[in-house]
Design a protein around this ligand. Structure first.
Ligand SMILES: C[S@@+](CC[C@H](N)C(=O)[O-])C[C@H]1O[C@@H](n2cnc3c(N)ncnc32)[C@H](O)[C@@H]1O
Length: 228
């Protein structure tokens, strides 16, 4: 196995959110490409590559060994953050899972309310459910961006606990901090939401109204504050 690790645009965007010098826990690491890349490029001094299943963790161990990173990266069996202590990681990456599972993993983290911890999240599906959960549970979105990888559009966001629970307007779970009116990649990501809402609209006209409002937002950045 080569000792070089190449990140696709999706994992590269996750990497760009990691704070320089942060100790990282990569939850659901599978192949462990992200922690190896972060340590190899000296963004992180050390990392924990965690997975709930032994088979993906074994894949991760191979990548870590091939990169000669055993002294800086530990592969650990863990359901979410259950087996990772509070003082072991500053930035917690949860990538490549559904938005609802990501929310469940944060909800089960005993120290998620430590505001020093930064969660870097890359939902493959249901990003709107994740944003709703974060808003309802006192997390603030610090930053959000999108990328295209293998012809698909993805979003990555970072969040930390402030204790402020806000009721977002109807658009926020779909738009987050994205600026589709000036960024084509953001627009294409939100277009995916619009397309899904249009399909759902066949059973419920409220989805059609939401899709219309999202299109307006993509066009000119205006939000219909009456839509809650
Ligand atoms: C599709 S892979 C994503 C790999 C990598 N994070 C990425 O984005 O390319 C999802 C991984 O999450 C792991 N996983 C699922 N639920 C988990 C949990 N509760 N705790 C830790 N890992 C979990 C799975 O075993 C699987 O290896």
């Amino acid at each position: 196995m080569s000792s070089e690790v190449h990140l696709d645009n999706r994992l590269q965007l996750c990497a760009a959110f990691v704070r320089r010098g942060a100790r990282v826990a990569d939850i659901g690491t599978d192949h462990a490409y992200l922690p190896v890349w972060l340590c190899r490029n000296n963004i992180c001094p050390s990392a924990i590559a965690a997975d709930v299943k032994p088979e993906p963790l074994a894949r991760g161990r191979l990548t870590i060994a091939a990169a000669h990173m055993n002294d800086r990266i530990e592969a650990r069996l863990s359901d979410g953050l259950q087996s990772i202590a509070e003082e072991e990681a500053d930035d917690i990456v949860i990538a490549g899972m559904g938005g609802e599972l990501i929310a469940k993993i944060i909800g089960g983290c005993p120290y998620a309310h430590n505001p020093q911890k930064q969660f870097i999240l890359q939902p493959m599906t249901k990003s709107e459910a994740l944003l709703r959960w974060l808003c309802a549970n006192g997390f603030t979105i610090r930053r959000q961006d999108c990328c295209v990888a293998g012809g698909k559009y993805y979003t990555v966001l970072s969040a930390y606990y402030t204790g402020q629970t806000v009721k977002p307007d109807a658009l926020f779970p779909y738009t987050g901090l994205l600026r589709p009116y000036e960024n084509e990649t953001h627009r294409r990501f939100i277009q995916g939401h619009i397309d899904r809402l249009r399909k759902q609209a066949k059973g419920d006209a409220a989805f059609s109204v939401l899709a219309d409002r999202l299109e307006d937002y993509c066009e000119n950045g205006t939000r219909d504050s009456g839509l809650v």
